[in-house]
Design a protein around this ligand. Structure first.
Ligand code: DGL
Length: 262
């Protein structure tokens, strides 16, 4: 059982930012990653549609024998994790915008949150915000268009630069000192975001926290791998695989990318 893979899914290639943190912290674990790029962006879909897609991905990962599932997508987590935990007998780790640490660490009393519409309008996001950011100013911005451009491999394009400026510059007028990246695609934009916000704004994403949580849960339920064997990392994508291969070109471990209908 311990040798079974950790499953991860995202609306596309963004969740690889989480996968990279997971394999850094848990180098002995096997993984299977689903990139549902055919259906990206999830963030523009209704809550019911996001739930249906999350169920489809979960069932495929269960069929493939995963021991735990990381929902490497804020939009899917905030719209589906409650249902998935209730209806499937497998541990789930989710990812939510890191409002809590940003609010606790803020000195100016103002933080920015860049996330998808699907995340920002979810009940879970509303609950987290009420709980942890009630006493501070939080400027929420829908990053419409960013996921699609990243899925097209246009990471360093003028279109991305322009959208980021439109979305982030107004936040700076509120004197934010933390910017929460509430979408797993956005860590790939950190260099461009840094060019806009400079040194005074700390950029927060949740990748490392998810990896730590995964480690803690696997140890708690005694499903972690203790002895190193040959490690396998399998990626499945339901469109042309080039864009996924490109985002993985800094990875030094062995992995396999395959196109699959799902
Ligand atoms: N990576 C997904 C997230 O974290 C992107 C959602 C989308 O496809 O719009 O929210």
């Amino acid at each position: 059982m311990n040798n079974l893979p950790i499953g991860l899914f995202d609306s596309g290639i963004g969740g690889t930012s989480i996968w990279k943190e997971v394999i850094k912290l848990l180098p002995n674990e096997n993984t299977i990653y689903l990139a549902d790029s055919k259906n990206a962006p999830y963030g523009e879909k209704s809550s019911d549609e996001i739930l249906a897609l999350s169920i489809k991905n979960t069932e495929l990962l269960i069929t493939k024998g995963c021991k735990l599932i990381i929902i490497a997508c804020n939009t899917a987590t905030t719209n589906a994790i409650e249902y998935l935990r209730k209806n499937y007998n497998i541990p789930f780790i989710g990812i939510e915008p890191a409002i809590k640490p940003a609010a606790l660490l803020s000195k100016t009393g103002a933080i920015g949150v860049l996330a998808t519409k699907g995340t920002l309008t979810s009940k879970l996001f509303e609950k987290t915000t009420k709980e942890y950011a009630n006493n501070i100013t939080h400027i929420e911005q829908d990053g419409e268009g960013l996921v699609s451009l990243i899925e097209q491999g246009k990471l360093n394009s003028p279109e991305i630069k322009q959208l980021l400026e439109i979305y982030i510059k107004p936040m700076l007028t509120y004197n934010i000192d933390h910017l929460v990246l509430g979408c797993t695609h956005y860590p790939y934009l950190i260099p461009q975001i840094k060019n806009i916000v400079g040194d005074k704004v700390k950029i927060i994403d949740s990748g490392e926290a998810v990896a730590k949580q995964t480690k803690a849960i696997l140890e708690k339920i005694h499903l972690n791998i203790e002895v190193k064997t040959a490690v396998s990392h399998q990626f499945y994508i339901n469109i042309n695989k080039t864009v996924l291969q490109n985002i993985l070109n800094d990875v030094t471990v062995n992995f396999n990318v395959e196109e699959l209908e799902f």
